[in-house]
Design a protein around this ligand. Sequence first.
Ligand code: GLC
Length: 718
Amino acid sequence: MNTETEKKIDELLSKMTVREKIGQLTQYSTNPREEGRIREMLRKGELGGFLCGTGCFNGDEEAAERNREYVNSLQREAVEGSRLGIPVIFGKDVIHGHNTVYPLPLALSATFNPELVEECYDLTAKEAANDGIMWSFAPMIDVSRDPRWGRCVEGIGEDPYLGEQMAAAVVRGFQGPTVEGLREHGNIAACAKHYICYGAAEGGRDYHKAEVSDYTLRNTYLPPFRGAVKAGVRTVMSSFNEISGQPVTSSRYLLTELLKDELGFDGFVVSDDRAVGQLQRQGVAANGEDAASLALNAGLDMDMDSMVYLDNLEKAVERGRVKEETLNEAVRRVLRVKFELGLFENPWATYVPTDREHDSAVARRAAGESMVLLKNEGGILPLKKGCDFTLMGDFYTEKLEQIGVWSSDFELDRVKSMEDGIKEVSPNTRVWRTDSTHSTVNANPAKGNDIVVVALGEGNLLEGEASSIASLELTEDQALTIRNARKFGKKVIGVLFYGRPMALEPVEHLFDAIIYAWHCGSETGTALADILFGDVNPSGRLPMTLPRVTGQVPIYYNLPSTCRPVDEYYGKEALLENYRDEFGTPMYPFGYGLSYTTFEYSFLRAKKSSLTMDEINSGAKFEIAVKVKNTGKVGGKECAQCYVRDVLASMTRPVKELKGFSKVYIEPGEEKEIVFTLGKDELSFYHADRVFAPESGKFTVYVGRDCYASDSIEIEIL
Ligand code: GLC
């Protein structure tokens, strides 16, 4: 915290009326239909932030310039037209790209490459800043173990540790490495959302209640937010859901005691869209004044879009339901971020040229590292450049669905379909399109064509907010297409463009090879072609378990052991079964992904196998080393993963928890040593009394290429 800034805030607060203070806690949409009212509110100091729409200029720089002028004209109303001239902050859902669209966040998690993800968001922030955006409502870091929940595609997957790393990478990408640098053009404030347990919605039904114990909340859902706070995130968005009867929007325990006091978050909390007013629908507020008082007293600083703060907080303060010091604390947090963004010196939207070619190359690299090779029987992939094949399925020429949900400022002319990518990477390839009803390939004149590629996917309307689905199996038409492809008696390659994990068991056996291609943004088609024809060796790993059937959900790897030896996630032989009608194992496990080469792990060891608790508490770490050799014929990136089991603890602990990963490029025949460090953070958990600390005792450490890793050693805290 900067003392100079705090003094400036003190000075401002001393001049502000109660209504002007409440104005800083009010965010509204830039709604052209209410232009006059909005401008008047700005002049009265009754608006502190905007929820922006901006728009799809599709490379039209004049349109983009007109937009900057519009944004600046609104800002001028506040800065030059209001009594105290406090600038307004423009926020927007910049979720996985802006003009250049990167893979969906879940797909970016599949890269297991935080440095690459940080680069994507650094470039995204620069493009958004050119459109006058100073604040993005991202990263969305809700751990999710239920692919029926449409918003799992916007998140970081099922794992707390992977989520923590990705959350920090996105915050650094948006904001830069330090808060001091936030004011530089091209850095924008990030927003860790949706705090908290939104991904635990019952039945995967969006907005529904989450029944989560404090123990599970802290050990499963909190780590990504801890990562974001440690990375310096400047805003947090509270979630719509309730947890065990308490809406997060009005939970002082969650918003103040845990997030602000315990984690030390010193930015501001913004509600989700109109969530403050919705406390009435949730039955804990009789009216707007109740809702406003409950939320502000809980520590919810800014009201998004419901106007409940502006319409009710003056009365609440007059009646003593809200103390003015509580109001001041919320305003302080909002002003602090505005000072850190440098808005008091330079509140204007300005343009700094970006390099579209460079950004597209990064998007192509990110898409290439997001896609996961799930199956490759007989090594039919990669294809030879110039080879012909039969193509079935409706995603071959698709563009709009490739860019994924929450993309509104994309440049469509730059989006590459699968067809575009193949034409660019293998121009001599002839693709014979056959619709799904064809049951014979004789109609296909392709000579020597022994491959059928099936390109299927899910549209954006079935993903994202308020888009949960009850069945994760492919549609009947899609299954028919695959069955017909199989009838051709050729090799069948599936390219699956789904943003969420799907339940593939009914069709998986019909494929010889499968590439899970998610929705990977502007460069989906080129990145896919790079993998199809071998220019890129696939290195993606699953950030969420792929179930066999919907009925297995929720299914995730880091489960505690049960009291009886059931046929657990890991497919161990067992006396008992999870189900009588289905395997207990997933279709594909967390962390899984194939390569065009093979890797061998050896010489797993701990440089020291025991440390005292004092050493651990003083910062000493276990060093776990392993050698990884590329035993195949082509170079490739391998993502070595380190899992830990706390063998005996005061609470049940997962049989495996990801606590380290490292992605390295290894040439054929080359061997590299990878070292993981396990210290206090990695070996701690929140105990029943909410203390976050390690316990002495033995830990089993597994290292391998996915959560089935079996090579293990033992370490001990004495
Ligand atoms: C939505 C979403 C949230 C988004 C906000 C503003 O309801 O829940 O993720 O940032 O409203 O669009």
